[in-house]
Design a protein around this ligand. Structure first.
Ligand code: MG
Ligand code: MG
Length: 256
């Protein structure tokens, strides 16, 4: 693994990229109501990014086919990598919006799951707990700790609420590239402990728990991108770009 630590100056540049991501997610969240299409939200995101002088990182991302939209918009049973299209948002949907941008050579990456109208109580709870899983991670980051200690807390918090913690997709280092080393799992494992990540000042991670109401297993659809839960029950996703400081964590995508 080639982990690149960031200087304070580089982290400030990443915070500027992170502010654009925060702004995009705020705009998109305000547009979400029954009747809007995911494509309309995606178009608005492009407008906000362009206005800010930033470039979206998702459209054209290499895969079986290049990723087609500016955002990943993942509704209900879609875990991550949903493609924005003519799908109409309905009352009771949960809509995961993931945004990554590059500004002045530095990247920011963040996701939120938005609730539309009357969401069933158990699905509302899924979203609340998954958001708290991300907060548990942020609150427990300290220089000198190992990531496996944080990942164990995230996993046990989610599992104590009977949620399935997705294993097939994980967070990542981030900097001048969106995806850098290391891989940042939301769960503990023997493999992680063999290759553990020592948290230290200047390490910047995109932390992104994905939790399912049912089983943890996921399936990728034939479009090569859309990841759904194996049991088609809802899934929630929250993500922040987070710098490790000399005392704890500094969230770069919270609009501060
Ligand atoms: Mg993301
Ligand atoms: Mg990410």
């Amino acid at each position: 693994m080639a982990i690149k630590l960031k200087s304070k100056e580089q982290i400030e540049k990443m915070r500027l990229a992170g502010r654009v991501v925060h702004q995009v997610l705020d705009h998109c969240g305000k547009m979400l109501r029954p009747g809007v299409t995911t494509k309309e939200i995606d178009d608005e995101a492009l407008r906000v990014m362009t206005h800010a002088g930033a470039k979206g990182l998702f459209k054209g991302y290499p895969g079986k086919v290049p990723f087609p939209s500016n955002l990943c918009i993942s509704v209900n049973e879609v875990v991550v990598h949903g493609i924005a299209d003519d799908r109409v948002v309905k009352d009771g949907d949960i809509v995961g919006i993931d945004c990554g941008v590059e500004l002045d050579g530095w990247c920011g990456d963040s996701a939120r799951t938005f609730l539309v109208g009357n969401v069933k109580p158990e699905v509302r709870r899924l979203c609340e707990v998954t958001k708290l899983v991300l907060e548990v991670a942020i609150e427990n980051i300290r220089p000198g700790r190992k990531w496996s200690q944080v990942a164990r807390l995230m996993q046990s918090y989610a599992e104590s609420h009977a949620l399935g913690v997705v294993r097939d997709f994980v967070g990542h280092g981030i900097g001048s590239k969106m995806h850098e080393d290391p891989k940042v799992p939301n769960f503990d494992s023997a493999e992680l402990r063999r290759n553990d990540i020592l948290l230290r000042e200047g390490l910047v991670l995109a932390i992104e728990p994905m939790c399912n109401l049912g089983v943890k297993e996921v399936v990728t659809l034939d479009d090569g991108w859309t990841v759904v839960t194996a049991d088609r029950l809802p899934s929630a996703h929250y993500e922040h770009t987070v710098a490790v400081t000399d005392t704890g964590a500094d969230v770069l995508t919270n609009g501060q």
